[in-house]
Every structure is written in structure tokens, then in C-alpha cells.
Design a protein around this ligand. Structure first.
Ligand SMILES: [Zn+2]
Ligand SMILES: [Zn+2]
Length: 135
């Protein structure tokens, strides 16, 4: 499965799977104007890497975007090779389905997704990362 940014300078290939996660945290919403829909992957291929700029959004993670068109590409951890790649890059991907919602307690009241998915609060996400060994 392969997707690209608005201007086409950057293409990202990621393992073809269908689970989309959505993050309602305040940083994702500030970054993108809404919740961040992504596909989690530990093995991605990037073309046009020199055009990617990164913003270090926390001690443990950074966000990549196209320097030319501004398309948001991914959130990635500093270590361990974990990527959450923007689902919006993959316009041709069939069968994507919403799989989970995180930071549900940070979601503002002005929208709600109708999809029935498992949800995690900020505290539950932090607990998961605390127990995550980065492998
Ligand atoms: Zn671009
Ligand atoms: Zn987030």
C-alpha cells in the first residue's frame, strides 16, 4: 500500500493492513485541525525523504511533514521504529476500517464518531507506553 503527499514529492509505502486508529489528543488536533487518523506500522518505505521536515512534539516523539506542501505524513517515536502514518495519504486503499480511538477523554464535545470501536483514555495510553519495551 502506497500513498503520497499533496505535491507528490514524498511517497510512503507501508505494510498493507486495514486498521486505522484515531487520536483525539490536543496535540494531534492542534497539528491537523481535527483528530489524527493513522495506520500504525513498524516497517515503512519512504521516497523523497529529503523533503520531509520534523517537528519534535514531545520528548519521545516527532511529527513529519512535507516541507513543500505541508501535508502531515506521520507521528513517530524516537526509538523503536514505531510510525503512525496518516491514513489520508492512502486514498486508493480499499477496506480500511476504524479500529480504535485513543485519548477519547480529550475529545471535545463538538464532534463524535459514529463508529463503534474500542477506546482508550489518556491514562490508559500512558500505561500502555510505560509497559512498552520499544521493541
Ligand atoms: Zn508534498
Ligand atoms: Zn494525538
Amino acid at each position: 500500500m502506497k500513498g503520497h503527499c499533496l505535491c507528490g514529492r514524498i511517497a510512503i509505502g507501508c505494510i498493507d493492513h486495514t486498521d486505522v486508529s484515531v487520536c483525539h489528543c490536543s496535540m494531534c488536533r492542534r497539528w491537523g485541525g481535527g483528530p489524527f487518523f493513522s495506520i500504525e506500522s513498524k516497517a515503512i518505505e519512504i521516497e523523497g525523504e529529503k523533503d520531509i521536515a520534523h517537528y519534535r512534539s514531545s520528548q519521545w516523539a516527532e511529527r513529519g511533514f512535507c516541507q513543500h506542501c505541508g501535508t502531515h505524513l506521520y507521528y513517530r517515536l524516537q526509538t523503536g521504529g514505531f510510525y503512525a502514518v496518516s491514513a489520508g495519504l492512502f486514498q486508493d486503499a480499499a477496506n480500511l476500517r476504524l479500529h480504535s480511538q485513543i485519548f477519547i477523554d480529550k475529545k471535545p464535545d463538538y464532534y463524535a464518531l459514529a463508529n463503534k470501536t474500542p477506546t482508550m483514555t489518556e491514562a490508559q495510553v500512558m500505561e500502555m507506553f510505560k509497559n512498552w519495551d520499544g521493541s
